[in-house]
Ligand binder design. Sequence first.
Ligand code: SAM
Ligand code: SF4
Length: 461
Amino acid sequence: MKPFIDPDELWNYINNTQSSPGRVREVISRSLDKKRLTLGETAVLINATEPDLIEEIKQGARELKKRVYGNRIVLFAPLYVGNRCTNNCTYCGFRVSNRMAVRQTLTDPQLVREVEALEDNGQKRLILVYGEHPVYDAAYIAHTVNTVYAVKKGNGEIRRVNINAAPLDIDGFRIVKDAGIGTYQIFQETYHKDTYKRYHPSGRKADYDYRLTALDRAQEAGIDDVGIGALFGLYDWRFEVLGLVRHTNHFEACYRVGPHTISFPRIQDAAAASADLRHMVSDDEFIRLVAILRLAVPYTGMILTARENARVRREVMKFGVSQIDGGTKLELGSYSETINEEQDLNKEQFKINDPRSLNEIIDELLEDGYLPSFCTACYRKGRTGEHFMEFSVPGFIKRFCSPNAILTLAEYLVDYAPPATAEKGWAVIEDNIKEMDGQKMIGEVRERIKLIKEGKRDLYF
Ligand code: SAM
Ligand code: SF4
């Protein structure tokens, strides 16, 4: 396969694209017209450095989010299953050369206990995370996915399991697909090959091309919900943004479907880790790059994690984020056992900066007027490419997304929320019902809320 990332091409866009106020406005309005931006158009936004223009880009992203997606935020939690790893990513606490790392793979009973604890908090969507090691092969990943789906505690159940794990071959991806996963995420870390080589000196992951083509193999295996990402801080953020857009248009060209989600983790402290500080991304640049990505790929889900602190998350969320994690713990086994309050970096991949509970996060979302959602309806109804449908099918959000967000929030309020959060939650539900069109739909939603209060679960459109 011809490599689809050409560093000269990307640098050429960055170095030679003019960015006037008129051009920036044209590009923003193309995005608001629901067009995925080209590399050249994205470079116009990247090269806008005047504070007023940056503000216009941020407002454009805000407007796009409001217009296209409304105020829903989907919640999930990461679950680390095993941290054995044969790679040596220099920024990661699990790197093989970190001899102090405490290695662990959850046994089945431990995995079940972790899932029960997550269900007891109200979680419905998980992403399972693994190091790269021969023991975490496709059959093992599929086994853990099946184990997670089988855990039901009280009214709790996990309705969507996503994966963040090493690249597989096509047969391996088929095995994992058959276990009923949602999204398979693999971050390229950096799209810049020479930089990639420095940060990934040994192990399977040292092969840039094998990683870059991983999600093509997933697509070949029939997994069309794939998540891409770059680890910001390894190389120039402008290059990484264009890399993500290039990866997106590669998928569109080859499979006629873009990535399901884009992630933009910023590098955090980790045990025994080393990173070159030259490319660290400031908070202002981070907000800027999130807004640019939102405008560049308007139909894709955007994930912001607890790597960022609560203040940064609250701010960045305004500019186009659609999913966040809540109640996140990285130490293996720590959802079911109270371990140290302080993170022990030899047991965790990196430092997180938003350790708040799921309920604290939901409470803040409600305060800020968001509609927290645990919806998994599209995936379960076989409506894959749901972000694209939300975005492109008129009325899709009103018919499916908002009602399903309301119903999953109602379940959470009845089963898990303390009274103060429940009160705020029901008020937000009322506000959202008022915004819905059509007496029939409103009637159906109210009827289902009544059923939820009577004990029925898992009602969706
Ligand atoms: N071992 C698999 C792999 O490398 O693809 C699983 C992924 S890892 C457990 C999840 C992601 O965390 C990595 O792809 C990387 O982008 C990110 N990550 C690793 N070290 C990090 C750090 N120090 N700070 C922030 N994110 C980090
Ligand atoms: Fe292993 Fe993933 Fe950490 Fe690299 S980022 S050392 S592959 S766990």
